[in-house]
Design a protein around this ligand. Structure first.
Ligand code: UDP
Length: 403
């Protein structure tokens, strides 16, 4: 695990000094994060890096995880989809299951923090335990167009928190409590993002039998319709008429996701005739993702809907030119024609990819600008600073400056 000092060459001494200063002001306060899983998913990924760094800064921090059975997590997955605006059939029984498990967690979880920081809807009902301590609800989901019934159900809890935190203004809702807007981050020193050698990159390409004879275009994503892998193949086919290149579509195991397997099968079928398309079902291996991103000439993220889109930040951090849809958190990361190219269609994506392949100097400049944009806005150190300012603001009145 990276130590704080190792961030100095990346973000500068003053950023790390600021973190120490803010941490000092939190002396005597205990911050408690609570979510629903210790591993897997973006929230756990961020907490697994953030909690040790807060501790190293001297902030008394703990991380607890609620318990839940299969039925509970089926319900919360439905809630998740419904909050994203997907049609889901949600019954009274689902709400009852949610409350039954919540009651067990209300009994079982020791909410001892001075600041209790609840992540996402799964543990939201713990607010029943609120006393005179500060309670925050962190929503990682884009709830701009939620299923009304689920949102109303959650609102009864949300209203009792001191403040709520969203990733982007466009993800949030009007609320009767204070809101803070804090985007997520990537860790530049994690296996997924740290510098790796050309040998490591070469070894990963050899493992997956991807020759380095022509430019590689890559999308890293779960095989999910909303990530539009079939659209990426169509864009590549259009590019291929003019520019000789390879396409890599790489995503994690889809074993427990029947729709994922279906999408993967469709992508394979569509790619059958073309040996330059590499469809990879990756094990959870961050170094391999890192290597594939670094081996690419262009990274694509042609999502139809998106949360923040961490893959975009990961690619930009590697100074790669990125072509990505103008959805979710992507426009926060890509300023069109400055730190990447935004697209709205298959035609637009193929046009942008061709442009980047034909203008390496332009592509290089976009990538470099993208890396600086990520350095200034979306690294873990910025995220830590925002969170500590947020904790401090809880102890001040309404005169506080909103982040
Ligand atoms: N990712 C991964 N393995 C895969 C596909 C994706 O580890 O096979 C990672 C990816 O590098 C990124 C995260 O999972 O860190 C996906 O986050 P993003 O916000 O891009 O999309 P989500 O999957 O959360 O919709």
């Amino acid at each position: 695990m990276a130590k704080l000092e190792e961030y100095v060459p990346i973000v500068g001494q003053s950023v790390v000094d600021d973190l120490r200063l803010l941490a000092g002001k939190l002396h005597g306060k205990m911050v408690q994060h609570i979510n629903s899983t210790p591993v897997g998913g973006g929230v756990a990924e961020i907490l697994s890096r953030m909690v040790p760094l807060l501790k190293e800064l001297g902030v008394d921090t703990r991380w607890d995880v609620i318990k839940g059975g299969e039925q509970f997590f089926e319900v919360t997955k439905k809630f998740h989809n419904a909050l994203h605006g997907k049609a889901e059939e949600i019954t009274q029984r689902d709400f009852d299951i949610f409350m039954e498990t919540s009651r067990e967690n209300i009994k079982g979880v020791n909410t001892c923090g001075d600041v209790v920081f609840i992540h996402d809807p799964q543990p939201i009902a713990l607010i029943e335990k609120k006393s005179d301590k500060k309670w925050l609800w962190r929503c990682h989901i884009d709830v701009s167009a939620p299923d009304r019934r689920v949102w109303k159900f959650l609102m009864d809890f949300i209203m009792r928190y001191d403040s709520a935190v969203f990733s982007s203004p466009s993800f949030s809702q009007r609320l009767p409590i204070r809101q803070f807007l804090i985007p997520p981050s990537i860790d530049p020193l994690s296996d997924k993002n740290k510098d790796i050698s050309q040998e490591t990159i070469g070894a990963v390409l050899r493992k997956y039998r991807i020759p380095q004879d022509k430019p590689i275009i890559t999308q890293i994503s779960r095989f999910d319709r909303l990530k539009d892998p079939l659209g990426v193949i169509e864009a590549y086919v259009r590019v291929k008429k003019y520019n000789n290149c390879r396409l890599v579509l790489a995503g994690g195991s889809a074993d427990d996701d029947p729709e994922g397997l279906q999408v993967l099968a469709e992508a394979k079928e569509k790619a059958r005739q073309d040996k330059d398309i590499h469809i990879l079902l990756l094990p959870q291996n961050n170094i391999e993702i890192n290597a594939l991103q670094r081996a690419s000439s262009v990274i694509v993220q042609k999502s139809i809907r998106e949360g923040f889109g961490l893959t975009v930040a990961e690619a930009l951090w590697k100074a790669k030119p990125v072509v990505a849809s103008n959805v979710g958190g992507i426009p926060l990361q890509i300023k069109h024609k400055y730190s990447g190219l935004l697209c709205h269609s298959i035609e637009g994506a193929s046009f942008a990819i061709k442009q980047l392949l034909n203008s390496p100097e332009y592509a290089r400049r976009l990538g470099e600008n993208g890396r600086e944009h990520i350095r200034n806005n979306f690294l873990l150190t910025r995220h830590l600073r925002d969170y500590m300012l947020l904790f401090l603001s809880l102890y001040h009145g309404d005169d506080v400056v909103y982040l």
